[in-house]
Design a protein around this ligand. Structure first.
Ligand code: G3P
Ligand code: CA
Length: 271
């Protein structure tokens, strides 16, 4: 069924983003795919953290790339969300959630742990990995990503259609580098604004999917059809509002990234 539902940073409205608990919940809710952001630690590990600094999403302070895995792992990545949820009167756990270890709720998530979850999910799950920050890391993040994926047998799928991993970036440099390292791994070129030369739905040869923000589809809904006419499917982010979910469905968007996978799946059910 399309659009396929991709849990953005996990079920990140209900659990702290990029925690194992957020991804476990997304899988229980039936998400078709998972999205994560990755950054390099000082000692070369790939961790799932969105911001340059850990201040917003953890009990610690500092820039990810200047801290070691051990230093980063000492922080609590879940409590900030619990406090915010409690203040807003949101339920933290839901019936049927089952016990989730404190580590899953609050621990630092590495890309390797997330790949393990995808491999052992028991059904086909696609992991959309967004590399940040390609300029600062100067290509090291993509090279390291291929190394880690290779360890799980996921770097070089025989066919793009059967890949369990899709690489994404707002940076054309990063996507192009990834294509050079792993030619059969599918890629998404993300757009916060579509450059004039790409408004016809075309993409560079090293990008397989176009990745517009949903705000762009509200302004220019025909962009999806123009892309499809050129053989380019659309991955749209971040789609939480019911009207936007409907818009994506009507336009034939292929993948939809949402912080609310459960709700979004319900909205997409045929009446
Ligand atoms: O899925 C793409 C989307 O995540 C890009 O924006 O800031 O949430 O990483 P951001
Ligand atoms: Ca992202």
């Amino acid at each position: 069924m399309y659009p396929a539902v991709v849990a953005h940073r996990g079920a990140s409205a209900q659990r702290a983003e990029h925690t194992l608990a957020a991804y476990l919940l997304a899988l229980r809710q039936g998400a078709d795919g998972l999205e994560c952001d990755i950054r390099l630690t000082r000692d070369g590990h790939l961790v799932c953290v969105h911001d340059r600094r850990v201040d917003r999403t953890s009990s610690g302070r500092g820039v990810v790339s200047t801290l070691t895995l051990e230093q980063l792992a000492a922080f609590d990545y879940g409590s900030w969300h619990g406090e915010r949820a409690r203040a807003a009167g949101m339920a933290m756990a839901e019936p049927g959630d089952g016990p989730v270890a404190a580590d899953a709720e609050r621990g630092l998530l590495t890309l390797e742990t997330l790949l393990g979850l995808v491999v052992d999910a028991g059904r086909p799950i696609t992991l959309f990995v967004e590399t940040k920050h390609p300029v600062r890391y100067g290509g090291r993040v993509e090279a390291r990503l291929v190394e880690v994926l290779a360890r799980y047998g996921l770097a070089h799928p025989r066919h793009k259609e059967e890949s369990r991993v899709v690489m994404m970036s707002f940076s054309g440099h990063a996507v192009r580098r990834m294509r050079a390292h792993a030619p059969t791994l599918p890629t998404v070129l993300l757009f916060g604004r579509i450059p004039a030369a790409r408004r016809d739905g075309s993409l560079p040869p090293w990008a397989d999917f176009t990745g517009p923000g949903v705000h762009l589809l509200r302004q220019d809904p025909d962009y999806v059809a123009r892309s499809a006419a050129r053989g380019n499917h659309t991955y749209c982010w971040t789609v939480d509002e019911p009207a936007d979910v409907q818009l994506c469905q009507d336009l034939g968007v292929r993948y939809l990234a949402t912080n609310l996978p459960d709700n979004t799946r319900r909205l997409l059910q045929p009446a």
